[in-house]
Design a protein around this ligand. Sequence first.
Ligand SMILES: *Cc1c(COP(=O)(O)O)cnc(C)c1O
Length: 397
Amino acid sequence: MSISPLMPVYPRCGVRPVRGEHCHLIDEDGTRYLDFASGIAVNLLGHSHEGLIGAIQRQAETLMHVSNLYGSPQGEALAQRLVDVTFADTVFFTNSGAEAVETAIKTARAYHQHEDGDANRTELITFTNAFHGRTMATISASNQEKMHKGFEPLLPGFVYCEFDDLEAARALVGPRTAGFLVEPIQGEGGIRPASQAFMQGLRDLADEHDLMLVLDEVQCGVARTGKFYAHEHYGVDPDILASAKGIGGGFPLGACLATEKAARGMTFGTHGSTYGGNPLAMAAGTAVMDAVANEAFLAEVTEKGERLRARLEQFIGNYPELFDSVRGKGLMLGLRMKIESRPFFVHLRDNHQLMTVAAGDQTLRVLPPLVAGDAEFDEFFDKLSAGAASFTMPEPA
Ligand SMILES: *Cc1c(COP(=O)(O)O)cnc(C)c1O
């Protein structure tokens, strides 16, 4: 037997964290890492956040899981809070981002297959270098061949368009178009924010042709950019939105949000999830909302994001051979590099105990916990400077 007991789909590195303390991870052998990856934009409140731990502990003692066959006071309360602070009128809770996107895709299709709709409208226009998850529908929604290989046939119903190209999107709208599925700020694709004209243009096209604007805010949502959801930066509301990652602060939780109109097809018996919205997940989600869904916290994220960004802009000037530019919003920042970002990301991790995340388009993602402050930023720049100074490009194999 040579296959590992853990199915070997991840190229796991040698770092094996066993404990978290605020913005640090501690390895099996006691090594401390500064965590500016946050489990890929998940640990908004860092590690060991008392409010989140307490909420999960109390709920675990009270009632951990109960079927969606029964009424859910916990689910109703969290859904109401999300409705109160967003464009949405209704929420379906999931266990992951891909499941939230799947729910969003089903909601968009069901809108058109409703008796008042046009059942020919089954296709979603999606965008190059998008990432929507690893299920069959969500890999089919992405044009990235590396995710398709070995898993064909893909599901039909997705048409790929160049990201941030409004005219290309307009040209693809036809009688089979159900809507658009897009990340307002691409995460895996390399921290690429859509332009204002593109987001507004998609909204206008959707209004003009009765299409669903579906946003994937799994990575950019939930306070990460200084707004509760990133689309608020654009003043453009979606019809449907997929959320996950940060929303549970580390507890597996996702959500599909929709307007009443968009959710018209999501009636009794059309959808479900055994774990989705269970009391334990609702307790975690509520604790995260308590911490982040207020103007003061969001303003702080914005302000910290501006400080971090200004320091990054200044820093990259010292290494023009390595870095091209800084991009992103709030505390969802990317360093566009002049080389592939992966070797540098590995160097920072292995030689300077700094966690970041590599992404597409030669970009290094900087995703600190939203509770990071000046002490962590200082430590980050110490490690980043030392890492840039000591970095040598690996020889091509
Ligand atoms: C991570 C991510 C997903 C998938 O979320 P999972 O929880 O891994 O299923 C979907 N969309 C975006 C934008 C993501 O960043």
